[in-house]
Design a protein around this ligand. Structure first.
Ligand SMILES: C=CC1=C(C)c2cc3[nH]c(cc4nc(cc5[nH]c(cc1n2)c(C)c5CCC(=O)O)C(CCC(=O)O)=C4C)c(C)c3C=C
Ligand SMILES: [Fe+2]
Length: 427
């Protein structure tokens, strides 16, 4: 690899938002993947750890990080805009697009050691690390378009109809400081430092235009988004993701996840909607519950993941099955009964959540840990909110969980080569 310290300095300081540095670097190194591009060593590392060296294509009909196989680690960030100047926001989207192209290809966003004495343009902690399937997925919240009834950027006419706050849902105990946001970035990778590096550098590039509102780290995936993956376990010890939508199910994704091709807002075609819910698990109570109670709450066996009354994880769920006592094997308040498309008139979601732990709740001394629930869908009100209204009132799981954060984001369609994030939004 090229010694990055020996490279000539390109774009100088990034005090305020300027594309000079980023474009200078991009121009100097040529296309993504070029040798000595200031990368963090895809080729070298891939000999030793092929999966960690692997990349997920950034460009395509849909943004990566939705129907691509869920990686093990997450860094999620919500941002607020500091400006009402639409030109600055457009420039930010261009800069973030170029930076994400580089990061997901395993490259630094700029010189690590500029020779002019200015601060490095890339913060450096991913230098030498392969991208480990890094994906960077961008979203836009309702408050981007309208805040306090004001069309802050002059783009209110471009807000898609489905992008509205979720409103109060049963059982909500939301912390406003862990909720909402004008923009979001979901960075997923099999290496936590690579995911952190991506968000940190995007935040740095946005300085003066956006500010971090809240972040959430996820240390283990709790879903399966591809048939190539095994089902992981959540912090309650249950297999999670068994009945999830899969990347291989194109027709179901078209119906339930991707925005309709005739969506009036062009920038949303090929896009989706993301609902993020920080769901704390009352782990200490859960750990005191008998295994029968735990299985009754979920409606599945803990170790095998099989629906109650069946043998294997992927055996179909039979909600009509009854035991010798005449009662339903999967109870009326079991989580999988209430969440099943058979009882919700066909509601389906692409779940892509992560386990989190944020230390100890100082008020109770109990673990602040749980599920950072992420779900992609075509319409967050007809899908997530409708389902959560049911779950929030009747789910046996409610005794063991608390929804503490909530946000909804429009996820613009995929980005073609030479184009940038949500380009048609500004056309
Ligand atoms: C509003 C949607 C959902 C929320 C919120 C939610 C929270 C939540 N779920 C689990 C654990 C499991 N969920 C499982 C299945 C499942 N969950 C939802 C939706 C929400 N879950 C759906 C649509 C389904 C699939 C139902 C079906 O079709 O069978 C399972 C079973 C395994 C699986 O299929 O994934 C588990 C386990 C927790 C712990 C939780 C909040 C902390
Ligand atoms: Fe669930």
């Amino acid at each position: 690899m090229t010694d990055r310290a020996a490279q000539p300095a390109h774009g100088t300081s990034r005090r305020g938002l300027t594309r000079r540095g980023l474009l200078g670097v991009a121009g100097a190194v040529g296309v993504a993947g070029a040798a000595g591009a200031g990368g963090y060593a895809i080729a070298e590392a891939s000999d030793e750890a092929p999966d960690h060296g692997a990349t997920v294509p950034f460009h395509g009909a849909h943004q990566a990080g939705i129907a691509t196989p869920a990686q093990d680690r997450l860094v999620f960030a919500a941002f607020d805009l500091l400006t009402d100047d639409v030109a600055q926001v457009r420039e930010l989207f261009q800069i973030w697009t170029e930076a994400a192209e580089r990061l997901t290809a395993g490259q630094a966003v700029g010189p690590l050691a500029p020779s002019d004495g200015e601060p490095p343009e890339d913060t450096g902690e991913a230098h030498g690390l392969p991208p480990a399937r890094l994906t960077v997925t961008f979203g836009i919240g309702p408050s981007f378009f309208e805040r306090d009834g004001e069309d802050r950027l002059g783009l209110a006419h471009r807000r898609p109809a489905a992008l509205r706050r979720l409103g109060a849902l049963p059982g909500d105990q939301l912390d406003p400081e862990r909720s909402d946001g004008d923009l979001c970035v979901q960075a997923c990778s099999n290496d936590p430092q690579v995911a952190f590096h991506a968000v940190r550098n995007l935040a740095r590039l946005g300085r003066g235009v956006v500010v971090l509102r809240w972040t959430q780290l996820g240390f283990g995936r709790t879903s399966t988004t591809s048939r190539s993956q095994d089902t992981p376990r959540n912090l309650m010890g249950f297999k999670d993701g068994t009945n999830n939508l899969r990347a291989e199910e194109a027709e179901r994704l078209d119906r339930h996840v991707w925005v309709a091709p005739d969506e009036p807002q062009r920038w949303m075609r090929g896009g989706s909607y993301l609902v993020a819910r920080r769901i704390r698990m009352l782990i200490e109570s859960w750990d005191r519950a008998a295994i029968d109670e735990q299985e009754r709450v979920i409606g599945r066996r803990k170790i095998s993941g099989a629906p109650i009354g069946r043998q294997d994880e992927f055996d179909p769920v039979d909600l009509r099955a009854r035991g010798g006592d005449g009662l339903p094997l999967i109870g009326d308040t079991a989580h999988i009964r209430l969440a099943s498309p058979d009882t919700t008139k066909g509601i389906e979601l692409l779940r892509r959540g992560y386990s989190f732990t944020d230390g100890i709740d100082p008020r109770t001394g109990q673990l602040d840990a749980g599920l950072f629930f992420l779900a992609y869908q075509r319409d967050p009100h007809r899908q997530f909110a409708a389902l959560q209204r049911r779950l929030g009132t009747a789910d046996a799981l409610n005794e063991y969980i608390k929804h503490t954060g909530s946000a909804v984001f429009a996820i613009p369609g995929g980005i073609g080569r030479g184009r940038w994030l949500a380009q048609d939004l500004f056309a």
